[in-house]
Structures are given as C-alpha cells and as structure tokens.
Ligand binder design. Sequence first.
Ligand SMILES: O=P(O)(O)OC[C@H]1O[C@H](O[C@H]2O[C@H](CO)[C@@H](O)[C@H](O)[C@H]2O)[C@H](O)[C@@H](O)[C@@H]1O
Length: 375
Amino acid sequence: MANQNVVVSDAITAAVAAPSLFPAAAQKPPAVPGTYISISQKKLVQNLDINSAARINSWVDSMRALSPTHIKSHSLSDHRNMQLPSAMDMFEQIMNDSKGKQIVMFLDYDGTLSPIVEDADQAFMSNAMRETVRKVARYFPTAIVSGRGLDQVYSFVRLAELYYAGSHGMDIKGPSKSSKHTKGGEAVLYQPASQFLPMMDEVYKALLEVTKDTPGSTVDNNKYCLSVHFRRVDEKKWIELATKVGSVMEAYPDLILTQGRKVFEIRPPSKWNKGKALEFLLESLGYANCADVYPIYIGDDRTDEDAFKILRERGQGSGILVSKIPKDTNASYSLQEPSEVMAFLRRLVEWKKSSLRKQFMRKARLQGIKMPLPI
Ligand SMILES: O=P(O)(O)OC[C@H]1O[C@H](O[C@H]2O[C@H](CO)[C@@H](O)[C@H](O)[C@H]2O)[C@H](O)[C@@H](O)[C@@H]1O
C-alpha cells in the first residue's frame, strides 16, 4: 500500500504528535538491532501508512480492553449479569462433574497466584498462597503455566514438586522433586521453539534499543517470549511505544504479537501456546485420550484463552477466568482475584481430604464386616 499522510483517530493523533519511530512499510529497517533510531521522526510520521496506523491502534485498543485503565463505577453493576458463574458458588457442581475422574490443576502465575503490581520483578506470591499450592500438589498433579521465563517463574513459586510451563508453554519441565504424580521418575522436558532462540535474543536487543527513551517502559526477556510493559508508561505515550514495537515487528515479519494486561508479548512464529502445553502435560501424565481426567485451568489473561478453548473443545474439565470485569472468554466460571483463587484452592484441598476420609471409613467398614466376629 502506498504511503500517505493520513487522518487518524484521536489516540493515534496523540502518538504521531509525539516522537514516533515507525518506518514506512516500503522502507523496512534492516534486521540489525540499533538501526531503527536513525530515521528522521518527521519523515516517519508522514510515512505512517493507513494500515500501520490502524494496526497499531488496534494493538493498543486490544491491550486496553484486557486491562482497562478507566472503569466507570457503574459499569461493573451494569455488566454483572454477563459475568460467568462464580467457581465458588458452583463448587459442588464442579466437584460433581469431576466425580470418578482425576483432577489435574493448571495455574497461571501473574494475576492468578500473585496480584498484578506495577513492577513486574516484584510480583511475588504470598507464603499463604505457596502453602496452598503445595497442598494442592499433594493431592493433584499440578502445573504452573506462565508467560514468564521458566527460571523466573520457578524462582517465584519455588515448589519443586510441580510441573512448569514457562514462555507461554514453550519451555516445559517436570518436577525436580519426586511426587506420587511423577511418572516413574521420567524427566519431562520440552522446548518446541528452541530453534528461535537466537532470533528472540536479537529481537530482545532491538526492543531494548527502541524503547530506551520511553520513560517507564521495560522489556522482559522470557526466553521464547518477550514482554514490553506499558503499565508504568504515561498513557499518552502508549501509541508511541506501540509504534516503536511495530518498527521492530516490521523487521521480523514472522513474529507473533499478542496483548496481555498492559503488556505486548512478542513470540516466535510457532503455533505452540498454553493450550498445547496443557495437552502436552496431560499426555506426559498419562491422560492422553483419557475420559477419566478432569483438568481445571485457572488464568486471568488473554493467553490463558488458548487453554480454556482446548478444554471446551475436548468437552473436559473447567476453565476458570480470574477477573472482576466481564470479558469475552472461553472459560466456564470465574473468580474475582488471587485471594479468591486461594480460597477456591483451599476448598478443593478440604473437599479432597474429606472424600479421602469418607473412602477410608467405607473401606474400614467393609473390612470390619469381613473380619471374624469376636466369640
Ligand atoms: O502468563 P502469566 O503468568 O500471567 O504472565 C504474563 C505476563 O506477566 C507479567 O506481567 C504482568 O504482571 C506484572 C506484575 O503484576 C504487571 O506489572 C504487568 O502489567 C502484567 O502484564 C510478566 O512481567 C510478563 O513478562 C508476562 O508475560
């Protein structure tokens, strides 16, 4: 498409008025980190073609929708009817549906086990949450599925008996401490996007370079996924920052960009996602094509939708969305926030303990009947 001066929406007008680094589609920058900033900003603004402007606008809109910055006080009650049923209210129903099946737990990290905070490096989970997850893992095979790099999410959770899927499922590792759910001590290790590692390192450097002058922006290197944070960037600068990310994407057209909660996530050209990771882990646990399994996936973000969708397609288990506001989702139930996730997990543990007690009593009664009566 020919470049042209375009009339753009308010949001994008704000952006082009600010320094912008988006190159013309026809003048793609070379795929060499650090070369993006050499092009005159004025020229770039003129060169911003209508498609690029619309694309960047839609990226930002999409991110805003996932983590709205201005929620009108009346909007929550207006939408309450559209909310999914609460997983707490429907707890008994969920447990009934899982009867006779092995529950397998899948837990997202940010916004699910830890509250969303300004500084992504400080998103620690509480000790109470850690203890709760530890108990869950005692009774059910449990996996953490996160967009974060595997090592980082492990350093936050610090439970060796769990399965971990970092980089949105592109880096999978089994428990390092044996548990009754570990299959014969077999090491589970899977990195379906490893061939893209050099490219992701290159893109990481390029992103650092183009974003360095945007106050508040940070870039996480999550190994097979890179996250550009908008949370601490002045909202007036969001389009400008998105435009800078766009300039890197132009040089690597195969990369996939997704949006999360005030974050852009840049992934390698791989179809692997949290849903595929869920299926892979079920298979590793020996539940491939098994009707007697009940996966429960709890997550708060757009990337968790891939896992919710898989559960819907398989007609198995439950997807639980962590959100206070109604969202377009494939989940079946909702929980409001991490503290409610913890309450749900605790209830699950109590339910399991009580059903094990009942089972034990029943067995004991049966054995009692078989036992010879005392003379
Ligand atoms: O899949 P997740 O475990 O939910 O990880 C997704 C991203 O989480 C982190 O960012 C989010 O949480 C931050 C801390 O609360 C918050 O500041 C940020 O705005 C959120 O987007 C993490 O930093 C990213 O690398 C992950 O991709």
